[in-house]
Write a protein that binds this ligand. Structure first.
Ligand code: C2E
Ligand code: MG
Ligand code: MG
Ligand code: MG
Length: 284
C-alpha cells in the first residue's frame, strides 16, 4: 500500500519540487531574521512635478540583500512576507526608517519633500498601523503632511468598509493616501468617491505603450480626467523616456516617476542628486 502510494505520488517528491519547497523554507527562515541582521535597506524613487521637473516626493522601495541568497527582489519576497505575516514587523521597520531618512533630507535643506511608503494589506488589517504611523512621525519629528501611504488598488476593494474606516483614521492624522497600481484592480468608480484618498498612481503597464498605442492613451486620458474631476492628484508610474513624459504632461498628469528621471537611489545618492540638480531632475 505504501509502495503503491509512493509510486502514484512520486511526482510530488520530484527533485525540482523538493528544491523549490526547500528554497521557499530557506527564504522564509532568512527573511525572518532580515531585520535583526540589518539586511534590509530602502532606496528612493524621485516623483517629479510633470511641468517643472521639481522633485516633490520620493517613494521608499524595500531592498533585501542576503549573504546566502544574494539580492532578492521585492516581487519575490514581499508576497512571502505577506503570506507569512512577516510584512508586519518589516513594514514597521520601513515606516520608521523612511521617516528617519526624510528627516535627514529635510535637515539637509529639502524641507518640502514628502515620502511615500507602500503599505500591504496585512498591515491594514492589523489595528496597529495607526499606532506605528504615529510613532514613526513622533520619533522622527516629521509633520504628518510629509508622509503619504500607498495602498494598491486590488487591496482596497477587499474589505471596503473596514478599509475606509482605517484610511479615514490615518488621513485624520494629516497624512496623504495614494492608490497604487491604479487600473490593474477592479475598483468601482463609486469607491473612488467614497474612499478618503488624495492621489491616483497610474500603473506602469499603461504607460509602457502610451505613446504607441492609442487605446492606452485614451485610457490614461480617461484616468486623468476622472481623477481631476474627483479632486485627486494623478501620478504616472514607469516613465522611461522623454516622449512619454511630454505626452503625460500635455494631458495634464500632475506628477511623474520612472527610470527616465532616476532609478531608485540609496539615501546618500539621493542627497547628492538633490544637491547637484538643485532639487530639479530631467529636462522636460
Ligand atoms: P510599486 O509600489 O508599484 O513600485 C514601483 C516599482 O516600479 C518599483 O519596483 C520600481 O523600482 C519600479 N520602477 C520605477 N520606475 C520604473 C520604470 O521606469 N520602469 C519600470 N519597468 N519599472 C520602474 P520594485 O522596487 O521592484 O518594487 C516592486 C513592488 O514591490 C512595488 O511596486 C511595491 O508594490 C512592492 N514594494 C516595494 N517596497 C515595498 C515596501 O516597503 N512595502 C510593501 N508592502 N511593498 C513594497
Ligand atoms: Mg508604490
Ligand atoms: Mg505601482
Ligand atoms: Mg506594484
Amino acid at each position: 500500500r505504501a509502495k503503491e502510494l509512493g509510486k502514484n505520488n512520486f511526482q510530488f517528491f520530484s527533485p525540482e519540487l523538493n528544491e523549490r519547497v526547500h528554497k521557499q523554507l530557506d527564504m522564509e527562515g532568512y527573511l525572518r531574521h532580515a531585520v535583526d541582521r540589518n539586511e534590509l535597506r530602502l532606496e528612493y524613487l524621485p516623483i517629479v512635478n510633470a511641468t517643472t521637473g521639481e522633485i516633490n516626493s520620493i517613494e521608499a522601495l524595500l531592498r533585501w540583500d542576503n549573504p546566502e541568497l544574494g539580492r532578492v527582489f521585492p516581487d519575490v519576497f514581499i508576497p512571502l512576507a505577506e503570506s507569512t505575516g512577516l510584512i508586519v514587523p518589516i513594514g514597521d521597520w520601513v515606516l520608521e526608517t523612511a521617516c528617519q531618512h526624510l528627516k535627514k533630507i529635510h535637515d539637509a535643506g529639502w524641507s518640502n519633500l514628502k515620502v511615500s511608503v507602500n503599505i500591504s494589506g496585512r498591515q491594514l488589517e492589523r489595528n496597529t498601523l495607526v499606532g506605528t504611523v504615529k510613532n514613526a512621525l513622533e520619533s522622527s519629528g516629521l509633520m504628518p503632511s510629509s508622509l503619504i501611504l500607498e495602498i494598491t488598488e486590488s487591496l482596497l476593494m477587499k474589505n471596503m468598509k473596514a478599509t475606509r474606516a482605517i484610511l479615514q483614521e490615518l488621513r485624520s492624522l494629516g497624512l496623504g493616501i495614494s492608490i497604487d497600481d491604479f487600473g490593474t484592480g477592479y475598483s468601482s468608480l463609486n469607491s473612488l468617491m467614497i474612499l478618503p484618498i488624495d492621489t491616483l498612481k497610474i500603473d506602469k503597464s499603461f504607460i509602457l505603450e502610451v505613446t504607441s498605442n492609442s487605446q492606452n492613451l485614451s485610457l490614461v486620458q480617461g484616468i486623468i480626467l476622472i481623477g481631476h474631476n474627483l479632486n485627486l492628484q494623478v501620478v504616472a508610474e514607469g516613465v522611461e523616456n522623454l516622449e512619454q513624459a511630454n505626452l503625460l504632461n500635455t494631458n495634464g498628469c500632475d506628477e511623474l516617476q520612472g527610470y527616465y528621471f532616476s532609478k531608485p537611489l540609496p539615501l546618500e545618492s539621493l542627497l547628492d542628486r538633490l544637491e547637484n540638480t538643485r532639487g530639479f531632475i530631467g529636462q522636460i
